[in-house]
Design a protein around this ligand. Structure first.
Ligand SMILES: Nc1ncnc2c1ncn2[C@@H]1O[C@H](COP(=O)(O)OP(=O)(O)OP(=O)(O)O)[C@@H](O)[C@H]1O
Ligand SMILES: [Mg+2]
Length: 301
């Protein structure tokens, strides 16, 4: 397996490098999305790759796309990514790439929450609501919500944090019909996925979807789906204990790196979460890689 921090496909024009994916144009209607082994935490890209991560993300997203097709069409073309690069570039894309339809991205992050966690918990503690959705009082950190809620965010420019927005704001951005379709589809996909994950012993606390429009204006599910980078997965064992003690359930996302980054000191000072990030020690890299592997194995076993 080749580890790729930054891909270099010379045979295709580079469209953009995101935090994790490098996108290349394939003609004017397709994109080769190469999931690198980069890890971003607190929206800063770490200097060290996590071996296996890009491939795990891609395999997990493909596994989900395969199961969610009846709920919403997705951006996969079905063509092999290896077929559009030069022979000496195949190693860089194998297993970690998707060849997708180039869509017009909708500038809304479609977040669905089934449980209170992270920024959702923070907002709830302050307002008893998230993104304008009011919730019952007395819920604890990590508590399951009465029903999944749609808590959209505006896609931030590179380097900035996404900003939570109200449903009305989504209506303002895309119009009422599309807003409702995005909300209903997102909740339906979350519910289907959460129930499949639960049968594998994992809770999906929350997740983020991205949608685009095709040339006929149809709503298409794009980007990655239901990976540990876009979703908060909790193993069911350990969940009740965390809920009872008010702590965060152990998760398959980047919590391990985040905790290390928050605890570590460089020259006696804590990292201020601006680039460059501290160098990740080998042990942190290996533990993080193991978490990603475990999530994929558990899901697909
Ligand atoms: N089918 C598609 N058509 C057009 N753009 C897509 C498609 N699928 C995904 N994208 C875009 O490709 C990029 C994926 O890269 P990555 O996930 O690394 O970026 P990111 O850092 O999360 O995103 P960004 O910085 O753009 O918010 C995202 O900007 C996503 O919106
Ligand atoms: Mg992304």
């Amino acid at each position: 397996m080749t580890t790729v921090h930054t891909s270099s496909i010379k045979s295709l024009p580079l469209l953009a490098r995101g935090k994790v994916r490098d996108n290349y144009a394939v003609g004017d209607d397709r994109i080769l999305m190469v999931a690198s082994d980069r890890l971003s935490a607190f929206d800063v890209i770490m200097g060290e790759p996590i071996p296996g991560k890009g491939e795990i993300l891609t395999q997990m997203a493909l596994w989900w796309f395969d199961r969610l097709g009846s709920l919403c069409p997705n951006h996969l073309t079905g063509d092999a990514p290896e077929s559009v690069v030069a022979p000496d570039e195949v190693e860089q894309v194998r297993g970690r790439s998707m060849l997708v339809k180039r869509l017009k991205p909708i500038p809304v992050e479609a977040v669905v929450r089934g449980y209170l966690a992270g920024s959702g918990w923070k907002e709830y503690s302050e307002n008893q609501a998230i993104c304008g959705v009011s919730l019952p009082s007395g819920l604890r950190n990590a508590a399951q919500l009465p029903r999944p809620i749609f808590t959209p965010a505006a896609k931030a420019a590179a380097g900035a944090h996404d900003e939570n927005i109200s449903y009305d704001k989504v209506v303002e951005i895309v119009g009422p019909t599309l807003a409702q379709q995005i909300r209903d589809t997102s909740i339906a996909i979350y519910e289907a996925a959460a129930s499949i994950a639960l049968s594998k012993g994992m809770i999906i606390a929350d997740t983020k979807f991205e949608f685009g429009l095709d040339e006929s204006g149809a709503l298409i599910l794009m980007d990655e789906v239901l990976t540990p980078d876009s979703s908060r997965y909790w193993p069911i064992e350990g969940y009740e204990a965390a809920l009872d003690s008010g702590s965060n359930p152990p998760s398959y996302d980047k919590q391990f790196v985040r905790d290390w980054l928050e605890a570590t000191k460089i020259n006696g000072k804590r990292w201020d979460k601006t680039p460059p990030a501290p160098r990740l020690p080998a042990e942190v890299i290996e533990k993080t890689a193991a978490k990603y592997r475990e999530a994929l194995e558990r899901l697909t076993d």
